[in-house]
Design a protein around this ligand. Structure first.
Ligand code: COA
Length: 323
């Protein structure tokens, strides 16, 4: 390692630098996202200094003892190609020693580095972007539902037509769909998310979900006719766009209803939505709602991927920095 390079723990005092670097690279996270990452893993977020000045960042997030995530690997453009990125990544891996599986969502630049360190491809995902979200007319949405041969969600899309109507206050609103009910996610329902989410994600991330719910601008659950909680979804504000995710649903009907209802609260805003490519229902919905692919990422893992989860139930990831 070059003697000018030093790695150390990130502190609250570094967050202005970290978020400034994030802004230079053009990512969508906010100061609140950094605070959540650091608050969750105060011994696992790092700063790289070059000759005493901060030049890079990386974060880790542990999900129990089985899985950890690496995120926010950023090096100032003026300091790239000097080994800073590799040193930060290796430092993260050392700090996560003993964790059987480490994952991340790689940009094309990052992938060159991760390939060298033995990370393997799990699945590709696409960031879908809508520059100015306009809720399509209800009739069009119903048509879009009919155009989804593998999606038994027409009733949910019908439900969206109801959603598009003027509504009562945020907390009192309950949208009834032919097959499910959407409700604001409150503390009593949050406890039930665990089973659903760990099935889709592969492992429990209840503590992180709690923080994401607390930081969201809108949080909904889908309840089936039988009274089962079979989906949930969040929307939060980002630096460049509202961010849709995570959205998890047992069935595409629930995912579709959740996405439609969450998006109806982001009208007039740009929206980013990261979707596993394998989720055909979510990809189809993104296209029908006028989203376009903005960039491609690759979910990668190092170690034994014993708890892969089910990306087909993942309508939107939580964030590339945490999975
Ligand atoms: C990805 C990033 C962190 C790499 O940082 P860096 O300090 O330039 O990386 P390093 O100098 O340590 O190089 C790491 C390795 O990747 C290779 N590499 C890095 N950038 C490369 C490029 N543009 N073309 C080819 N290879 C490249 C280097 O050859 C090096 O290999 P080596 O260690 O075997 O010599 C940096 O480019 C960055 O901040 N990019 C924008 C944000 C981003 O995409 N982050 C990754 C998130 S998944």
């Amino acid at each position: 390692m070059d003697p000018a390079l030093r790695l150390r723990l990130m502190t609250e005092a570094d967050l202005a630098f970290a978020d400034g670097l994030r802004g230079i690279v053009g990512w969508n996270q906010t100061l609140k996202d950094w605070q959540r990452l650091l608050g969750y893993e105060p011994q696992g977020c790092f700063i790289a200094e070059w000759s005493g000045s901060p030049v890079g960042t990386a974060t880790t997030t542990r999900y129990g003892t089985e899985l950890a995530w690496i995120g926010m690997l950023l090096v100032h453009p003026d300091c790239r190609g000097r080994g800073v990125g590799r040193a930060l990544l290796e430092h993260c891996l050392t700090s996560l020693k003993g964790t059987p599986c480490i994952k991340l969502d790689a940009t094309p630049l990052g992938k060159m580095l991760y390939d060298k360190l033995g990370f393997e491809v799990e699945w590709p995902l696409t960031r879908w972007e809508c520059k100015y979200f306009m809720e399509p007319p209800a009739a069009l949405l119903t048509e879009a539902g009919r155009g989804h041969p593998r999606n038994p969600a027409n009733e949910s899309i019908e439900g969206l037509a109801q959603d598009a109507a003027p509504r009562a206050s945020e907390t009192s609103r309950i949208a009834h769909h032919a097959s499910r009910t959407l409700k604001p996610l409150d503390a009593s329902l949050a406890a039930q998310l665990g089973r659903l989410d760990s099935h889709a994600f592969g492992i429990s991330r209840a503590a992180m979900l709690e923080r994401l719910v607390a930081g969201s601008s809108r949080a909904l659950v889908a309840i089936s006719e039988g009274g089962e909680l079979d989906g949930y979804g969040l929307l939060r504000e980002g630096a460049k766009a509202s961010y849709l995710g995570p959205v998890v649903a047992d069935l595409s009907a629930g995912g579709t209803a959740l996405v439609n209802a969450l998006l109806s609260h982001a009208k007039g805003r740009p929206i980013y939505w990261d979707v596993p490519d394998v989720n055909a229902a979510a990809t189809g919905l993104a296209k029908e709602l006028g989203f376009s692919p903005q960039r491609h990422l690759i979910r990668m893992y190092l170690g034994a991927n014993k708890h892969p989860g089910n990306p087909a139930q993942c309508f939107a990831i939580a964030d590339p920095s945490i999975g």
